[in-house]
Design a protein around this ligand. Structure first.
Ligand code: DLL
Length: 435
């Protein structure tokens, strides 16, 4: 039997959810128009007034916000509440361009914690669970987001943050942690370390993991489930729209339910901005229906995915989003072909390799090059040089099938590719250095 944290809303009828969204949208547009000059100017430019928005059917009339707007308005331009009413900020790492800063009122934090609590309960969590949070704490939303959710559920919460992997495992054993929350790449690393410490999943008491913050494949899910002896649940979110808990997976494991009472989702054509019908693949756009501190309307996430309202066996009625393939700006265009790192990962795991890999793209004499470095397990490494070359060739052939272009594959020694304790860095695009 499925458990819910807030059953009335999580299983409300679609009509009820839509009516609630309409009611909240009308109010939120008014609030934003009054409080956020930056967005008011965008609406004025488009000739839209709050009176034009009578329900969710009018959403398409509103202007989009993009990452560029967030940079232009940095740091206070999109603030939606008095600074004295804000109690916290979070921020993205800002590796490309200016960092993003999001503001939270106490109400924002409460609702965010509820969203994460829904995710933990959907993963089987109760107040009897011991929840080890191994997402980074600090400006990153992962640690404090799941931490707040675990408190609401009443779990005994272990605020570990990421890193110090052997200590993570010692705590897991000493305290009998039942749920682990971290990035999927860190979960894979913990599984690997467990084995290296001479331990097996039987030596720990974990039953579930809540993993997100980066794209991960179904193949990787199965690997992690096996190495830690758990059921692995996906969780999605972004700093601009609060953090983790925008969407979460239930036991069906076929996509993530979007917390639609707080986040109104659309899929658009990333080229034209046109809203696409349900079931189409496109860019995910979110409107925050409740946020006070940082109330973004029609924010273009650049995440590419598909939405579906197919009934779910868990009884939740919230629309589901498929695993995002990666951000549209993570997509590599190599010799004119679109390549997502997740496609490479799928091939690797299918062919029996580890998800420890690095993709290097460069341009030599005006031609794009694609090199994929794949780490071997100690058992695979004992093969002869002749076998290695044959394996490199057959892996490259398998990749052509998936990608449509030929990479150069390099099988490298165990432990030569750096492990990730947070979001994994899988791609080095050297072409950017020449531009
Ligand atoms: O990664 C928030 C988060 C923390 C989500 C912990 C889940 C768990 P940002 O650092 O702002 O926030 O990065 C947001 O990460 O737009 C996606 O591209 C990607 N992302 C997040 N979750 C998933 C997921 C956090 N489950 C960006 N699958 C998003 C694929 C994800 N990509």
């Amino acid at each position: 039997m499925a458990n819910y944290y807030q059953p009335e809303i999580e299983t409300a009828s679609v009509e009820e959810i839509k009516a609630l969204q309409s009611e909240k949208l009308v109010k939120q547009v008014k609030r934003v128009y009054e409080n956020v000059k930056y967005y008011r100017d965008l609406m004025d430019e488009k000739g839209v007034t709050p009176d034009d928005i009578k329900g969710i059917e009018d959403l398409h009339k509103l202007p989009f916000l993009t990452k560029a707007d967030l940079r232009n308005a940095y740091p206070y331009g999109l603030l939606g509440a008095d600074l004295k009413d804000c109690v916290r900020i979070h921020s993205t790492s800002g590796t490309t361009g200016k960092r993003v800063i999001a503001f939270y009122t106490q109400k924002d934090i409460d609702l965010w914690d509820d969203c994460c609590a829904r995710a933990i309960v959907a993963a089987g969590g109760t107040n009897e669970d011991i929840c080890q949070i191994a997402y980074g704490y600090g400006l990153f939303t992962g640690g404090l987001g799941l931490h707040g959710g675990a408190h609401k559920v009443g779990c005994l919460t272990l605020p570990m943050s990421s890193g110090n992997t052997e200590r993570q495992i010692e705590f897991m054993q000493d305290l009998n942690s039942t749920i682990i929350c971290c990035t999927p790449s860190y979960a894979a690393y913990i599984g690997e370390t467990l084995k290296e410490m001479g331990l097996s999943p039987d030596d720990i008491n974990l039953k579930a993991g809540i993993f997100g913050a980066e794209p991960w494949t179904e193949e990787m899910r199965r690997d992690i489930e096996k190495s830690l002896g758990i059921k692995a649940y996906d969780i999605y979110g972004l700093t601009e729209s609060t953090g983790p808990g925008v969407a979460f997976e239930c036991e069906e494991q076929t996509g993530m339910h979007i917390n639609e009472d707080h986040f109104l989702a659309e899929i658009i054509d990333p080229e034209t901005g046109e809203v696409l019908p349900e079931g189409s693949k496109g860019e995910l756009v979110f409107t925050n229906l409740d946020k006070e501190g940082f109330p973004l309307l029609r924010y273009r996430t650049r995440d590419i995915c598909v939405l579906s309202r197919k009934p779910c066996s868990c009884g939740r009625t919230f629309i589901k989003m498929a695993k995002p393939m990666g951000r549209s700006d993570d997509m590599l265009i190599i010799r004119g072909v679109n390549v997502f790192p997740s496609q490479i990962e799928t091939v690797l795991i299918k062919e029996g390799y580890s998800p420890n890999y690095l993709i290097e793209v460069d341009r030599v004499k005006n031609n794009d090059t694609l090199d994929v470095y794949v780490e071997l397990s100690p058992e695979q490494f004992s093969d002869t040089v002749k076998d290695l070359h044959a394996n490199e060739k057959s892996l490259a052939d398998a990749m052509i099938q998936m990608l449509g272009i030929k990479p150069k594959v390099h099988l490298v020694a165990p432990k030569t590719i750096k492990r990730s304790e947070g979001k994994a860095v899988r791609v080095i695009d050297k072409r950017k250095l020449h531009d």
